[in-house]
Every structure is written in C-alpha cells, then in structure tokens.
Design a protein around this ligand. Structure first.
Ligand SMILES: [Zn+2]
Length: 507
C-alpha cells in the first residue's frame, strides 16, 4: 500500500512538464519564473553546485530544487511544475549567480556639465549583471531618491538603489561645526536617504557625524583623502566602510605624513594622483599589520575600488578599452579626455615613471587587501565608474578580475561582489544569495566565471566549437527583483542610445 502511494506520487511528479515552457518576455515579471538545470554559485563562498531548478514567485526565490544528475539524464527527475503564468529559462550548461552588487556606484545625470541619459547607465548596469547599486554621492540626491523609488515600484528598469547622501564639510551649506554636522546627518535621515557618503573630514566633525549617524541608524561610507583623519579614526569612530584606500597606508607612515616635495599641491590632481602612487611604499609593515587587525576587530569594511586607479598603472589599457567602440557615450568620451577641468582627468604628462610607481603601489595595496581578507576582514566590490575611463558595470567586472589578481580564490571574489556587499549594506538577510526567501536577483551566465571572469563581459569570450571559432554569450539573463532582462536586448538598446548620441555630439 505504502509502496503504491509512493509510486503514484512519483508518477504525478513525472507528469509535470520539464521543458518546452514559454521563455520570459524581457523586462516583464512573470507570475512564476523557473530557471531550469542551473549550476549555482552562491554568494557565500561555497563551491558551485547543481543541477537545480530555481523557482521564482513574483520578486522572491521561493524554492530551489536540487536534481539528481542521474535522474536528470534519464528523464525521471522530480521537477517543479510550471502551469499558467509560468515562464522558463533553460540554464543547462549555464552558471547562475546572485545578481552582482556594486557598492561604489554613481548615478550621473551629466558629465562635465553636459547631460547624459540615466537610462544609459541603468541599462549598462543590468547588462553587466548588476542588480543592486549603492549610490555613493550624487549632486542631485532628491532626484536620485525619486529614481530609487521608481525602480522599486517597477516604473523604471534598473538595479535597486541604496542612496548614500554626500556629507561635506566647509563649502556650500555643509557642516562647519559639530552641531551643524549632527544637523546635516538628521537632514539626510529626513530626506529618506539610506546612508551617508562622507568626504574630506576634520576629526571633530567626523566624530560628531558618526555619533549622530549611529543614533539615527545610518551607515557611513568614507572616502578619506589625505587629511587630518585616517583609518585609525574610522576604526575608533565606527565607519561602516572605507572607500578606495586613502587613509589606510597614511595611518601606517611612521613620520605621520608622506614625504611630499616642497612644491606639492593637493588641489592639483596631477600632483595628487602622482604622489598617491608613491604612498603605499611609505607604509610601515608592522604598523599596517596592526591597523588591519584593528579594522577586522572593529568590523570596518574595505571597498578598495582597485579598478578606478588602473589607468594610473597602465594608461594605454584604460584608454583603448575594446568596449568603447560600441558602448562609450560621447558625453563620457569627452569627459575622459585629459582636462584639468574634469575630476579624474589628470593624465597630462603621465610618464612611464608614474606607471612604474603605481605598479609597485598596486603590489603593496593588493598584498594588504589579501592579508585583510585572510584575517577575516569584510571586503566589498565597487567600481566608481563614470570617472577615469571606467564604464558602468564593465568597471565592476574588471574589479572582479583585480580581486583575483590580488590573490583571492574566484569563489571568494564572487562572495565579495554578492554576499559581502549585502553585508556592507546591512541587507544580508535578503540580498546576495541564491537562497529560498531571498530577493530574486540572479544572473544566468554562458560559461564558468570560476574558470574565467571574462565570460561575464558583454560579447563573451572566443571559444572553439566543432573546430570553428565562435563566441560565448556573456551573461544571457539578468533577473532583478524577479524581472528577467534579456541581456542581448539590453545591449542593443544601449548601442542605440550611444549611436544616436554620436549623431548629435555634445558641444
Ligand atoms: Zn566615487
């Protein structure tokens, strides 16, 4: 009797169709979406595993059904049923990862005063697998907050945004006293921002800002410059994440200040970036080691944005990126040209000597990052695109390669850009995993990123198939909050935006 019942249940399960369901329409959320036969790389550093069917109901992963590979081969695997309103993606031979999180992004409505369509950035992010962006500083916080809400309501196609409003001291209504710093924090809270991006701080204002931020429950991303404060202040006062790297080697220089030449001027960007390339070499290894331990103990995360300085160590590579041909908006193209009037466009007279110092700078920086990770430090991945020859989304993919170059296993690299980034946002219970109950933010990749991160780039990589050269498809689908986006369609839309803008170039 028991045996008969079990056999009947099995037959019912077998009756469920395992294939030939309708493919999803790009940009429309089906009632139910099933990603079939996927090899999953989760965002928590665990090994790839599969095949599995991933069931998405609405904007949430509702079930993951692990399939016995032998049963899949013989056609007797128990698959979740489809039914009306169901769309399916066949991920046979494909890898499925959590949607990438970019914790250092900028929504840019203009470059150098020339308008640039936000749609261009949002679509590039989706097309490169980015389903969440921590927006760390815009000149139009109110508009970007409105954009965040429109994306959340499904009115605009884009990654979910967490908006960190800029906190400056000094200029333009920004804080000059600790009391004003506290008031500015409360103002940012009242605006509805998700956190604070702090730039350039004196110690008294930084202490007041971080104390008030803790009281009102806002996280703080700190872009330190070469300033009065350094990473010891971040550790002591409770910064959520240190952006880039300034403030870390500075905190380990025995003399307390880098050995600048007499004619150095911090406001001159060529000076600033040239001497930044000679900063890590001055850090004392023992002091640096103690600092990294303190950052780990304090839970201070590090978002190194290795990619945004890469032009400094290899300018030609940055200037001749192959994707510029199809995807570089003319506004950005103009903005990237060396020009003292544009932030980060400092490459006038950039020499082989500068690049050589920067290559050494990277070696020490990457070793410190690797050591921080080895000791349990929380490392995130961000790109800072829109500056210094970096394109939205492409920058984050390159960042993954650079984390690998720093010495991390590809599984850890993926964890940096997914699970760790979710933790930096305080969203680890909802984002950054392929797990039932988590947001349905997923990417379906043609190729194994653990073998080669380049399979993630639009256009894929060249491969030999049946003795002939062809290309892989890159990311085929980006699923953001349960909405599947067909990446080749998105890329065609971006190419059209760029081609159209090139016909009427900016002044
Ligand atoms: Zn930035």
């Amino acid at each position: 009797m028991m045996r008969t019942l079990a056999a009947c249940t099995l037959l019912l399960a077998l009756a469920a169709p395992a294939a030939a369901q309708q493919a999803p329409a790009s940009g429309q959320r089906p009632q139910r979406l099933i990603v079939r036969n996927a090899t999953i790389i989760d965002g928590n550093g665990t090994p790839a595993s599969g095949p599995a069917d991933i069931v998405v109901d609405g904007d949430t992963i509702s079930r993951i059904v692990w399939l016995d590979p032998v049963a899949v081969r013989s056609g007797t695997a128990r698959r979740p049923a489809g039914g009306a309103g169901t769309a399916e993606i066949d991920a046979t031979g494909k890898y499925v990862l959590p949607g990438l999180i970019n914790v250092h992004g900028h929504v840019q409505e203009e470059r150098g005063g020339v308008p640039q369509p936000v749609d261009y950035e949002l679509k590039l992010w989706l097309a490169t697998g980015v389903t969440t962006v921590r927006e760390v500083g815009t000149d139009s916080t109110a508009r970007v907050l409105a954009l965040r809400d429109r994306i959340a309501r499904g009115e605009v196609a884009g990654p979910r945004l967490f908006v960190y409003a800029r906190f400056h001291q000094g200029a333009g209504g920004a804080a000059r006293t600790p009391e004003q710093a506290r008031a500015r924090v409360r103002e940012i809270r009242a605006l509805g921002a998700d956190g604070i991006k702090a730039v350039g701080l004196d110690r008294d204002l930084m202490a007041a800002m971080l104390d008030e931020a803790r009281k009102v429950g806002l996280r703080v991303a700190h872009h330190a410059g070469v300033e009065e404060t350094n990473a010891w202040d971040d550790v002591r006062l409770g910064t959520t994440s240190i952006e880039h790297w300034y403030g870390i080697p500075d905190a380990a220089i025995p003399a307390g200040r880098q050995g600048f030449p007499a004619d150095y001027n911090y406001r001159d960007e060529t000076d600033r970036f040239r001497w930044a390339g000679r900063l890590w070499r001055e850090a004392d290894p023992d002091r640096l080691s103690a600092l990294l331990d303190s950052m780990v103990a304090a839970g201070t995360a590090w978002v190194p944005t290795l990619v945004i300085y890469e032009a400094s160590r290899d300018l030609q590579r940055a200037v001749t990126s192959p994707w510029f041909a199809d995807y570089l908006h003319p506004t950005l193209e103009r903005y990237f040209r060396p020009d003292p009037g544009h932030h980060g466009s400092y490459f006038i007279g950039w020499s082989s000597t500068d690049e050589t110092y920067w290559k050494e700078n990277y070696r020490i920086w990457m070793a410190a990052l690797r050591e921080f990770g080895r000791r349990g430090g929380l490392i995130g991945a961000g790109e800072d695109a829109g500056f210094i020859y970096q394109l939205y989304g492409f920058g984050l993919l390159r960042e993954l390669e650079l984390h690998q170059e720093a010495g991390f296993h590809p599984l850890k690299v993926i964890e940096h850009a997914t699970g760790n980034n979710a933790r930096i946002l305080g969203e680890e219970g909802r984002l950054g995993r392929v797990r039932a109950g988590w947001a349905a933010d997923l990417i379906v990749v043609d190729g194994n990123p653990l073998e080669d991160f380049k399979v993630l780039y639009p256009g894929g990589v060249p491969v030999m198939r049946d003795g002939r050269e062809s290309r892989t498809n890159g990311i085929e689908w980006t699923i953001a909050a349960g909405v599947p986006y067909h990446v080749p369609t998105l890329l065609a839309e971006v190419r059209a935006i760029v081609a159209d803008a090139r016909r009427t170039p900016p002044p």
